[in-house]
Write a protein of this length. Structure first.
Length: 74
């Protein structure tokens, strides 16, 4: 088993109203993101995730073995 590190990433929507007024493509991307975050939570990899109060950005604190794994790769 490899040692894991903690990673933080900041998500910035491409437009401020993305969450409230998403296009069909945006809705699909948001669903993919939420599925990924839920899978990380279920797998014990997610430490913290959520939007800021203004909706300008969100953060994810994630446990992974490498940079590539933190980005969703191997």
């Amino acid at each position: 088993m490899s040692e894991e590190s903690t990673f933080l990433y900041v998500l910035r929507p491409c437009r401020p109203e993305l969450i409230d007024d998403a296009t069909p493509e945006g809705e699909s991307r948001l669903e993919e993101h939420f599925d990924y975050v839920q899978e990380a939570l279920d797998g014990g990899k997610l430490i913290l995730a959520g939007p800021c109060l203004t909706g300008e950005f969100g953060i994810v604190v994630y446990r992974a073995a490498s940079d590539g794994a933190a980005w969703g790769g191997a």
